[in-house]
Design a protein around this ligand. Sequence first.
Ligand code: CS2
Ligand code: MN
Length: 355
Amino acid sequence: MKMALRWFGPSFDSVDLHSIRQIPGVSGVVSTLPDLAAGIDWPRERIVDLKNTIEAEGLELLGIESVNIHDSIKAGTADKDMYIERYINTLKSLGSVGIDLVCYNFMPVFDWTRTDLAKVREDGATVLAYDQKLLDALHPEEMLAQMGKKSNNFLLPGWEPERLGGIRELFGIYQSVTTGSLFENLVYFLKAILPTCEHYGITMAIHPDDPPWSVFGLPRIVKNGGDLLRITQAVDSPHNCVALCTGSLGSNPKNDLPGIIRSLGGKIAFAHVRNLRHTAEGIFEEAAHYAADGSLDMVGIMEAFGDIGFSGIMRPDHGRAIWNEVALPGYGLYDRALGTQYLWGLWDALSRTTE
Ligand code: CS2
Ligand code: MN
């Protein structure tokens, strides 16, 4: 298992690579080119630059999170093949520089959704939080405006302003998209790209929906273990894999995380491990990785990863904002560094007891 931190590149991240290098047990980062909107063919020189910058600090580029998918592909509109071709070109460029892991999601319109990016907890730390009742009272535009105000002026991953500027049109293209057709569009996309992935040795890792239920009436198809299994089985390829995000799946207490990890086994190529606190149905706030701070069975989760012989890339996920750090919400240095040490602690102790 290799431990990574998510890093958004020199112009978009408050955290520098030098600091990441000093976290014990973190050998690399997963990164992206955040200024390139979904649907753009990534210039190879930009990828090479990113890789060189990371390697110059003694770290590895362990994967790309994410190459986002254009809404035309998700909605299956007439121009989808053009965007798939661009995606394939990007994969070729990534593969040609030795990148072997690409994370993506298949959520219509939005990437992750929260109603608060800086909820103050008892100890003064702030966290991302979600309240279904608050969301139900908002129009998508209002939610966007609220998120923008609490973004600390950072570009929020997956929330490209140009794309979301046309939010009404975006909702429009999904009008006739059902969960059934969204799933078919995913299968169509995977069938088109997997031969290239196989050629270059790139594993695709689909990230679960966050939160794992429908928001604003949009269809969702990556909500639980059954959905993930069905996706991996729909297109049979060792390169069609999963990014197991405990925080996203775990927002729904019905998702039995250790059970899901065991059922997916070797299909998990990438793991996001974090904790959260359930407050009531449809209401949660993120928490420290430390088990007792939240509701998720962090020990059981790490035990399950041990049991499946997980040898992929793991990263802590959203952290709390602590110690006066100003960073992209969820992506400061301090709490994620603490998270890695907790995860390594569990991992080392558990592997000793099962030896
Ligand atoms: C999520 C997403 O894991 C996370 O941090 O909040 O931003 C995730 O990176 C994407 O959905 C994966 O494509
Ligand atoms: Mn995640």
